[in-house]
Structure formats: C-alpha cells, structure tokens
Ligand binder design. Structure first.
Ligand code: MGD
Ligand code: MGD
Ligand code: SF4
Ligand code: MO
Length: 689
C-alpha cells in the first residue's frame, strides 16, 4: 500500500485525504488529520471521490462529430487537435479574434486557470474568456474589492472561527455544502459563542444555530441595513474604529436611518426582537465574524447585498482585527485561486485588471508578447454564453471544467446558443450534458491523476498530488492547451509540467494583488500550505491580511451606501411563489461527477421541490407527488417534499439534475450591474399538482 497525501476533488474546504493504491488499481481514501480546515473530517462526497476515477462511462478517447447531426465518434488526438486548430484559425481569419471564445472553471488548478487565460489572450488573441466562478462568488469578490481593496475569501485561517464569540452567516448551508466546516462552528458554540444563521429555510445549518433569521428571499439588503440601524440606535457601533480605519460612513448612516425596525420587518418578514437579538450577540462578542455564501450573493443586487453585510461588519469594527472580520465562503475546489490568475474576462494574472496599462506591460513581458497585442476585457459568463452564435458574437467555444447546460441560468436559451456555434469543444472527464452537444470532446485527466495547486477558502495554497496514472487515451488539460497552442503557432512557452507553469504564474502575478511569487511547491510541502499574498520566498505568507491597513489607496476600508431593491422578478398573480435554488449534501454542482458515484446517486437520487405544508395544502399537492413548477422561462417536473422548514411563500429546488428536473430552465438571468452575477437565488414561479 502506497499513500499519497492530497486533497478532495470537490469543494473549497479542500479536505485533506491520503490516497492508498493497491496493485489491483483500487484507490482507497483515508482522511488526513494534518489539514487544519478539515481536521480529519470528510463528507460523503470526499469518502467516495475515488469511484469516479474508474467510472464505467469515463471518457478515454477523443470524440468528434463529422457534420451537424452526425453522432460523436472516437477519433485520434491528432485528428481532434488538427480540427480544433484549423477551425479556430479559419473563424479567426473570417471574423476576427473574438470569434473564438473560452470558458473555464473554478475547479481547475491554479496552473490550468493561468494557462487557460494566457491561451485565450496569446494563442487565440481573444478577449472572450470567462468562467463559471462568475456564477459563484463574483458578487462577494466585487463587494470585497470595493470595501477592502482586495478579495480574499476568509479574513484568516478557518480555525480562527472556533475562537469567535459570534458568527452571523448569511445565505450559507455548510452543514450540507462543507460538512467538516461545521466543526469550527461547533467549537465556537462549545466555547460560548453564538451562531446566527440567515436563510429562508431552516436548514441543517440553521438547526444548529442559536438564532435563525428566516427572511423572504432577496431581502437581505433591507435586513442588513435594518441590523445596522438597530446597532446605531443602541449605541453598539465602534465609533473609534470607524474614525480610524474606515471612510464613507456618513453616507451609510444616512441611508440606514430609513431602515427603522418595523420597516425592515415588513420587507424581510424577520421579527424585530430577533433582529435586535442578532445585533446584540454580534456587537457584544469580543471577536465576531460576518460571513456570506451564495444565498446572499447570487442576486441581481448581489454586490450590494454583500456590501450591506460588510457595512454591518465595519460598523461593528470587525474587519482588520485578528480573530474577527468579514468573509465569504468560497465554493469550488479552487474557487479562490480560479479567480486570481486570469480566466476572468476583465483580468490578468495576479488579480490584475486587464485595462491597467502597467499590468498589461508586466504580464506581456512575462509572456514575451507586445502589450498592444493583448486584447481588452471581454463579456461576462452569461453575456458570453448568450452571445454565442449571434451576429457579432463568438462562433466557436472551447470549454474546460464546467457544465453550463445544467448550471447556467435560463438554461434552455444557453443550450440554444451552444447549438448555434460553428464549433463547440469540450474538455471533460465524462460526457456531461454540455459535452454531449460538442463537435469535439477531449477526455481530460482528473484530480488524482495530476499534480498542481489549489487555493482553499482560507486563501491557503495547497498541493494536489498525483496518486495514479491517467487511463490510456486521456490527457491533462495542460497537455491539451499546450498541443493547441503549438498548432496555433502561439509565441512563448507552453509547458505541460505543472511546476514549471506555476513558476511562470509566480512571475506573471508578481507585484499584483494576489501575489504568489514567494510560494513554491517545496514550501507548500514543508509548511502545509502558504497563504497569499506572499511576495518573496523569504516572506511568511499572509494568514490575516488587513491587520495594519487595508490595501486601498488611503489604507482605509470603504463604506458604500446601498438600498434595498427587491428581486428583479417579483411574485405576482400569475407567478405567486418565490423559487430559490441551491444544493444538497450528496450531489455536487451540475451532478456530472456525483450522479455517477453509486452511493451518492442512492443518497440523492433525483430532483425535488421543497415546499411548506400550508402552501401544498392550498395547491392540493401531496408529499411525494409529481409537481410541475413553471416560471416565465420554462417548466420542470419534480417530486414534492413537504417540510415546515421553509417559508410558506417560497419553494426550493436543488440544481444538480438534468432533463425534466433541470431547475435552471426556470431561473432568471437578470445580472448584477457590478459583478454580472445572475439571480440564481430568486425568481417567481407557479406550481401545479
Ligand atoms: N454538497 C455540495 N457541496 C458543495 C457544492 C455542491 O454542489 N454540493 N458546491 C460548492 C460550491 S461551488 C459552492 S458555491 C458552495 C455553496 O454553498 P452554500 O452557499 O452554502 O450553498 P447554497 O445551497 O447554494 O445556498 C445556501 C443557502 O442560501 C439560502 N438562500 C436562498 N436564497 C436566499 C436569500 O435570498 N437570502 C439568504 N440569506 N439565503 C438564501 C438557501 O436556502 C441555501 O440554504 O458549496 C460548495 N459545496
Ligand atoms: N440554479 C442554480 N444554478 C447554479 C448555482 C445555484 O446555486 N443555483 N450555483 C452556481 C455555482 S456557485 C457554480 S460554482 C456553478 C457550477 O456549475 P458547473 O460550472 O457546471 O460545475 P460542475 O458541475 O462542477 O462542472 C465541472 C465539469 O468539469 C468536469 N471536470 C472535473 N474536473 C475536471 C478537470 O480537471 N478538467 C476538465 N477539463 N474538466 C473537469 C466535470 O466532470 C464537470 O462536467 O453552478 C452555478 N449554477
Ligand atoms: S467538504 Fe468538500 S472538500 Fe471536504 S470532503 Fe466534502 S466535498 Fe470534499
Ligand atoms: Mo460555486
């Protein structure tokens, strides 16, 4: 038995695990107890992660479609690469470089995310690149950038949470989305700290809370402004901190003045005494945290929603104090790193802005190209997907590590757009719902078959280590990108070795916001991970940024006044019920991976709609019955699951399934004006038995 220490393939907690291989090729997962974030824990997805390595329908040869309606058939790698490169070159010559687009993923390693961004700008010369992280934490990223001058998920090591005196968690359900994370919250409660959960559903997480605020979906701005109003009225704000470390408070004070308690209760449905209790718990704790996750971010006003919670945290004096602060729980395995190295439409490596001349000059020098040849900013994820195949839009798409047919909002439209392309290329491990539509499918190596680095929710850079060889016929994403770059005669170097790519990433990002230049594989190994920013090899890394100053021009955090707007699509007579969406423990994202793992498919076999018995009674819907749920964009048929844990004006459907249970047929693509995040978390529906 050999053991390879690595991390789980799935979420941002990046739980530690050792993979033991036997001669027969079987891989056994054993939790590691030397990884602080998971502390020896794994969830059911982690325990069963190795099963996908040998999934019966794992892709192990490239596939190609010769002509529109022809079936996908096996082909050689050379044939696949030749076709992709020739088509890309043809479309580019015909329509210009933006005719070819790229879509990436927050599950890709730092090395792949970096190489993909470089590939788009240098090999294709296209501005049209974005990724699924736009659907994930982009609103929190935008709000953090606006307030603190930087966007790094948590303000400190996740183990700091256990020493907190109070945590307000808005729109997160880690009991299902990161189960081992709950030990940190439980540790806090054991030490006398209070957990306050804001969620329209009494989730498994809310059931472990001291206080549960159950608002109408989409009303978090009114709630956070109401909480801040109460804090000010009760003299709980930290005026010294506000004066010393922040700017812009007066405008926020004026705005929240109008969110008097009764008004906040009327908008949110949260009783005033519960709000008052929440504020007192937070303000009285010596150390406290305000955290957000997707429930308070995936809104057409998501950036403002997060800002409202940041304003509350700032007024209580939390950010920039050791053991306190505001944080966002990132989502995907590399949700943090995936947003730093340039696969975002407006970004260059090191979290630099692509429209900043100094950033362009620095990165172009590392890439060996002229800064003037780098494209400018492109379209955001949903805007990119919905421009595919339109006049002036991209004619080809190369997609790595995402399954938008299931996970993008207004999915039928996105599917339609994908169908209008001249060329769709999908690199994946399995034939996902999106890969099924492709003209060329490239079978990629996965997780335990490759090495690289991932940045977890703490901002700690970790090693992913290769434990087994990829199956014959499969290539790593770096090999795929390298081969295509070569065929496109791209300038510069296109290493397929992760450590070499990481060395280049360090140089490209040096001096940027997310500075990895002092991080090496050897250091990660020796130190159990390194926190960015880490600007030199002698630098210890930065577990807790902002202790002395915020990386804003004047060193102060910025208050930004925000007003409640309500959902982009409110309920009305035709569509009288709010729909919200999210996750269940045993399935991951679009389900492409976890639906193929037997124990997970058994634990969460299919889509359902959670609804309150009172609502069900009014509609004549019985538990277990098939229900048709319709929005202005589409309809799904799912099984009714009656529970009094949800508000009676709201229903919940998880998004992990395809076919008639694909909830993104219903969701609203209304975008946040700053982050371009779609409103996954609220739209209006009607239900029929
Ligand atoms: N099992 C599992 N774990 C995962 C994933 C997975 O797919 N499956 N995905 C990973 C990824 S990429 C992510 S981003 C994270 C997401 O992790 P979470 O953010 O914890 O997950 P969600 O279920 O999307 O949303 C959290 C909660 O938001 C609530 N909510 C809905 N609308 C609102 C609202 O208007 N206001 C508030 N305050 N709350 C609202 C929902 O009821 C839900 O309980 O999970 C990661 N972990
Ligand atoms: N309604 C609704 N929709 C949502 C959300 C929601 O809360 N509600 N949440 C949104 C969020 S937060 C997210 S993050 C997105 C996620 O949604 P997607 O972007 O669709 O995420 P995954 O299902 O993880 O897709 C990853 C794909 O990459 C493949 N893959 C895995 N590893 C590799 C690899 O190393 N290389 C390559 N080439 N492929 C690989 C997997 O098999 C899978 O097909 O969904 C968003 N959509
Ligand atoms: S919590 Fe996340 S990282 Fe940990 S085992 Fe589960 S899916 Fe994997
Ligand atoms: Mo996510």
């Amino acid at each position: 038995m050999n053991g390879t220490p690595t991390h789980c393939p799935y979420c941002a907690l990046q739980c530690g695990m050792t993979l033991h291989t036997s001669g027969a090729g079987a891989v056994r997962v054993v939790p590691r107890d030397d990884v602080p974030a998971s502390g020896g824990g794994l969830c059911q997805k982690g325990w069963t992660a190795a099963e996908l390595l040998t999934a019966p329908d794992r892709l192990n040869t490239p596939l190609m479609r010769r002509g529109g309606d022809a079936p996908l058939e096996p082909c050689t790698w050379d044939a696949a690469f030749d076709r992709v490169a020739a088509e890309a070159a043809r479309l580019r010559a015909l329509h210009g470089p933006d005719a070819v687009a790229v879509f990436g993923g927050g599950g890709l390693t730092n090395e792949k995310a970096y190489q993909l961004g470089k590939f788009a700008r240098v090999a294709l010369g296209t501005s049209q690149i974005d990724y699924n992280g736009r659907f994930c934490m982009s609103s929190a990223a935008a709000a953090s950038g606006r307030a603190f001058g930087v966007d790094r998920g948590l303000p400190g090591p996740v183990t700091d949470l256990a020493a907190s005196g109070a945590i307000l968690l808005a729109g997160g359900n880690p009991a299902e989305t990161m189960p081992p994370f709950m030990r940190h919250l439980a540790g806090m409660r054991d030490g006398g700290g209070a957990l306050i959960v804001v969620d329209p559903r009494r989730t498994a997480t809310a059931r472990q809370a001291d206080l549960h605020l159950q608002p109408v979906p989409g009303t978090d701005i009114a709630l956070a402004n109401g909480l801040l109003h109460l804090a000010l009225a009760e003299g709980l704000a930290d005026e010294d901190y506000i004066a010393a470390r922040t700017g812009g408070f007066d405008a926020v004070r004026t705005v929240v003045n109008a969110y008097w308690p009764d008004r906040a209760e009327r908008i949110t449905g949260v009783p005033v005494p519960v709000m008052r209790e929440a504020v007192r718990l937070l303000a009285r704790a010596e150390r406290a945290h305000v955290l957000t996750a997707r429930g308070a971010e995936q809104h057409a006003r998501g950036t403002d929603m997060v800002t409202a919670f940041i304003n509350l945290a700032l007024a209580l004096g939390l950010p920039g104090r050791a053991g306190s602060g505001y944080g966002c729980l990132t989502g995907q395995g590399n949700g943090q790193g995936g947003r730093e190295h340039g696969q975002k439409a407006d970004q260059l490596p090191g979290y630099r802005r692509i429209d900043d001349p100094a950033a362009r000059a620095h990165v172009a020098a590392v890439w060996g190209v002229d800064p003037g040849d780098l494209p400018g900013p492109g379209r955001s994820a949903y805007e990119l997907l919905s421009a595919l195949g339109t006049v002036g839009g991209p004619r080809a798409l190369l997609l790595f590590g995402s399954n938008p047919v299931v996970s993008a909002p207004r999915a039928a439209h996105v599917e339609d757009r994908l169908g209008a392309l001249d060329l769709l290329v999908v690199a994946d491990v399995v034939l996902s719902e999106t890969a099924r539509l492709a003209d060329v499918v490239l079978p990629a190596a996965q997780w335990a078959e490759e090495s690289g680095t991932m940045t977890n929710l703490e901002g700690r850079v970790l090693r992913r280590r290769r434990a087994v060889s990829p199956p014959d016929g499969v290539r790593t994403d770096l090999e795929i990108i390298g081969a295509l770059a070569e065929r496109l005669r791209a300038p510069g170097k296109w290493s397929t070795d992760p450590e070499t790519v990481f060395a280049e990433l360090r140089r490209a990002g040096a001096g940027g916001t997310a500075d990895y230049s002092g991080i090496t594989y050897a250091r990660i190994e020796a130190e159990g991970g390194v926190f960015w920013p880490c600007p030199s090899t002698g630098h210890p890394g930065t577990p807790r940024p902002y202790l002395d100053r915020f990386p804003t021009p004047d060193g102060r955090a910025r208050f930004v006044p925000v007003e409640h707007h309500g959902p982009a699509e409110d309920v009305d007579a035709a569509h009288p019920v709010y729909l919200t969406t999210g996750r269940v423990l045993a399935q991951y994202q679009s389900g492409a991976q976890t639906r193929r793992v037997r124990a997970l498919a058994e634990a969460a076999p299919g889509p359902f709609v959670e609804l309150h018995p009172d609502l069900a009674g009014r509609l004549g819907i019985e538990d277990g019955a098939d229900v048709r749920v319709e929005s202005r964009r589409g309809a799904v048929t799912v099984r009714a699951r009656l529970t009094d844990a949800i508000r009676d004006d709201t229903v919940f459907i998880p998004f992990h399934w395809a076919d008639e249970g694909r909830v993104n047929l219903l969701t609203n693509p209304a975008l946040d004006p700053v982050s371009r995040m779609p409103e996954f978390k609220v739209c209006a529906v009607r239900l029929r038995a």
